[in-house]
Design a protein around this ligand. Structure first.
Ligand code: PEP
Ligand code: MN
Length: 364
């Protein structure tokens, strides 16, 4: 089947329980959702669990339950595949969309096995990011499926494993999905706030952030009775909460079609450009002054790094920028970069003769 992951009116939504647990659980979910707000029903049939004594999914017997839930809600259905047997069983059961989980994307052998078993099959495949924050591994998985001729691909950001404490179950590290979108601008990107968050509270915030960053859709775990869920109980929400969450999202788009919006935004951007030109001019002038100071320090045998002076510069920026609600981390990062560049230039000025001698092959 053909799936358009890039809707223009609202995010593309894949929703459903973490795991398919029973025929009645899936039927109950399918009957309680608003099919106009959801595009695909999800459920895990084979569950990749961290510990062997956890619920590992119902296996193939659950495939017809999922299919039936789709028929009840008149929606396509999706499940996770981790090897060629899963692919074969899913295709046989008429599953409409497959996804590759984070624990599978990490393993190029498994991804290749799935890609090989899908050769010649026209089915949409969603590739979750690998567990570890490795952009190349994620890119590699997409390439393997592309080479196998899979034309309908989407990628899905579900956060990254880490050791230690955090508010998240999996750290979002938003810069990685942004880098992925930059690498594959044509491939739709979805976000899975449930696995990033690991709990119900705050799910909407993550979903909104994904939309604000221009992602095309969401995968959300929802269960008729989360307290009884056999996997990921803490992060699942009931269908009415899912509806509330989706209704409260503000849909934003990257491509602007309204001429009035284009014109107003154009004016604001022109103002920003003017300011950016001034900032660049000031920065160049500052760099030149830094060079002159480097020369002067050299003449008087002074060190390049002068800690007291550096503190004065930090104070100056803190005083000027904090009232404008500029974050401490921005000021810190900006000044560290500025200082590093000043030191690099002054080192060059101070060591000019040595550099020149070296370029003539004289070593000292
Ligand atoms: C899931 O979607 O239920 C799942 C196991 O996800 P992930 O691969 O992101 O951990
Ligand atoms: Mn889950």
């Amino acid at each position: 089947m053909k799936v358009d992951f890039k809707r223009t009116d609202r995010p593309f939504v894949i929703a459903g329980p973490c795991s398919a647990e029973s025929e009645s659980q899936l039927a109950s979910f399918a009957k309680s959702i608003d099919s106009s707000k959801i595009d695909v029903i999800r459920a895990g049939i084979w569950k990749p669990r961290t510990r062997p004594d956890s619920f590992e999914g119902m296996g193939s017997v659950a495939l017809p339950w999922l299919k039936q839930a789709g028929q009840l809600a008149k929606l396509p259905v999706a499940t996770e595949v981790a090897n060629s047997e899963h692919v074969e069983a899913s295709l046989k059961a008429g599953i409409d969309i497959l996804w590759i989980g984070a624990r599978t994307t990490v393993n190029p052998f498994s991804v290749q096995e799935i890609a090989d078993s899908l050769k010649g099959v026209d089915i949409p495949v969603v590739i979750k990011n690998p567990l570890n924050p490795d952009l190349q591994l994620w890119i590699g998985a997409v390439e393997r499926l592309k080479h196998a001729g899979i034309g309908q691909l989407a990628v899905l950001h579900r956060g990254f494993s880490f050791y230690g404490k955090s508010n998240y179950r999996n750290k979002p590290m938003w810069e990685i999905p942004i880098a992925m979108r930059t690498h594959f601008p044509e491939i739709p990107m979805l976000c899975d706030p449930s696995h990033i968050n690991g709990k119900r509270e705050g799910l909407g915030e993550i979903a909104q952030k994904a939309i604000d960053l221009g992602m095309d859709g969401l995968m959300l775990e929802s269960h008729p009775c989360p307290a009884e869920a056999l996997s990921d109980a803490k992060q699942q929400i009931i269908p009415s909460e899912l509806k509330l969450l989706l209704n409260n999202l503000i849909w934003r788009r990257e491509d602007i079609l309204d001429p009035a919006v284009i014109s107003k935004l154009g004016k604001l951007r022109a103002e920003v450009d003017t300011l950016d030109e001034e900032i660049a001019r000031f920065l160049s002038a500052r760099m030149e002054l830094t060079d002159a100071i480097g020369d002067y320090k050299k003449e008087h045998g002074l060190t390049i790094l002068q800690l007291e002076r550096w503190k004065e510069v930090i104070d100056l920026y803190d005083k000027a920028l904090k009232p404008a609600n500029v974050s401490t981390s921005f000021i810190k990062n900006f000044l560290e970069n500025l200082h590093e560049e000043s030191i690099r230039r002054q080192t060059e000025v101070v060591n000019k003769e040595r550099k020149e001698a070296q370029s003539k092959g004289v070593f000292w």
